[in-house]
Design a protein around this ligand. Structure first.
Ligand SMILES: [Mg+2]
Length: 398
């Protein structure tokens, strides 16, 4: 770590800045997991695959080299639409191993001047930030240090103009700030998951057993089967909760290596069901949908879960009145991170392209099913913006 700064301790007083939407920052310049931009003028993975002659199957994930290739390709196309270049790259996220690595991959590929901010609030610690000059990653335990980050990068020569591409992460960055409001995102997802499983299993749903399976399978030991994929985990817990599937102990098969991959797990369940398992029609339908998606190589095979997650996420946005204790809001409402919002607006004002890259499945983010037609996509839904204003510090940089 080259530059380490500890700032004199100050209390973290969070304020409510009223309603806002993420689209204020990046309009429809949003790219979710399937790598097809929401902005219709902008092409995505399908075209990139052909033009870049990518020799990959399926959709690359955030840490894959191919992901960086496709992302850079999308940035260039986006900038071409704006009659601008890609000359600098900024990245704002909340995890070193995820966003930090994704930035390093982008940097490795492009060699463009740039920098990455990783925020994770720890209100009980002294404010602190640090820049690793080797990786170009600036870490901070206050989101407000976004202003210090930009001040540093500007003083070191970044132009921050129309040729600058600013990549923003969504979950736990633009909304549900890590260390502050991230649990609200998790509980919305969990609510969606429980609803889905409840719909399939009805009165037979055993929530305690579900939790216990979830905790067990979420462990590193089972990573080879679950791939840390929430869809895989959710579906496995659903099946394990369904006592009517008449086959030998699935857990034991995973433990003793009889089942080594998620595909094998699904195939095993298929054999059990086809072999005459007495399963309900709802379970049969849920299984068939997952089975079909897995066979098609879809990394988000449990669509009904993701649709419920989408609805539960919307239900947790702007769900509380203006006047409510902050602690309660942070627990129950998914809020926009004011510091990220002000940073995005300031950069946008300078002409930068602000674009959101999110690993969030498209099904959990937008109404892409006829039954959801009336709903707004997450990035256009309003909710309260909460945080510490850094607008003055930013204005001082102009
Ligand atoms: Mg994130």
């Amino acid at each position: 770590m080259d530059q380490v700064k500890t700032i004199q301790s100050y209390p973290l007083v969070l304020e409510n800045f009223g309603l806002a939407a993420m689209s204020d920052l990046f309009d429809d310049w949003v790219v979710y997991r399937n790598l097809e931009p929401v902005e219709r003028r902008l092409k995505g993975l399908k075209s990139a695959r052909v033009q870049l002659e990518l020799n990959i199957t399926g959709i690359p994930r955030k840490l894959d080299d191919a992901y960086a290739q496709v992302a850079m390709w999308i940035f260039e196309k986006a900038q071409a639409l704006r009659r601008a270049q890609v000359s600098e790259l900024l990245f704002i996220g909340d995890t070193l191993s995820g966003d930090g690595k994704a930035y390093q991959n982008l940097y490795g590929l492009s060699q463009l001047p740039g920098s990455c901010f990783i925020g994770s609030e720890k209100a009980d610690q002294e404010p602190w930030y640090s820049k690793d000059e080797q990786t170009g990653i600036f870490s901070a335990n206050r989101w407000a240090h976004l202003a210090d980050w930009l001040a540093l990068e500007k003083s070191q020569g970044l132009k921050l103009d129309k040729n600058t591409v600013v990549v923003m992460d969504m979950d736990k960055t633009a909304i549900g700030a890590r260390g502050r409001n991230d649990r609200a995102i998790d509980s919305a997802r969990l609510k969606g998951l429980y609803r889905t499983v409840g719909n399939v299993l009805g009165d037979d749903f055993d929530a305690k057993l579900f939790e216990s399976h979830y905790d067990t399978l979420n462990h590193n030991k089972y990573h080879h089967v679950t791939q840390d994929n929430q869809d895989y985990l959710a579906y496995m817990c659903l099946v394990l909760n369904n006592g009517t599937i008449d086959c030998i102990d699935l857990m034991a098969s995973i433990d003793n290596g009889g089942i080594e991959t998620f595909r094998q797990f699904v195939r095993y369940v298929e054999t059990c069901i086809v072999g005459g398992g007495r399963v309900s029609e709802a379970m049969r339908q849920a299984h068939t949908a997952v089975h079909t998606s897995v066979q098609a190589g879809d990394p988000t095979p449990f669509k009904s879960f993701r649709r419920q997650e989408f609805l539960a996420t919307l239900e947790h946005m702007n769900n509380l009145p203006d006047e409510i204790p902050m602690a309660e809001r942070l627990l129950r409402e998914i809020t926009i991170t004011q510091e990220v919002r002000e940073t995005g607006l300031w950069l946008r004002e300078r002409g930068c392209l602000v674009i959101c890259l999110s690993d969030k499945p498209d099904e959990a983010s937008a109404p892409n099913h006829p039954s959801l037609r009336e709903k707004l996509p997450i990035h256009r839904a309003q909710t309260h913006a909460v945080g510490v204003s850094i607008a003055q510090a930013l204005a001082a940089l102009d």
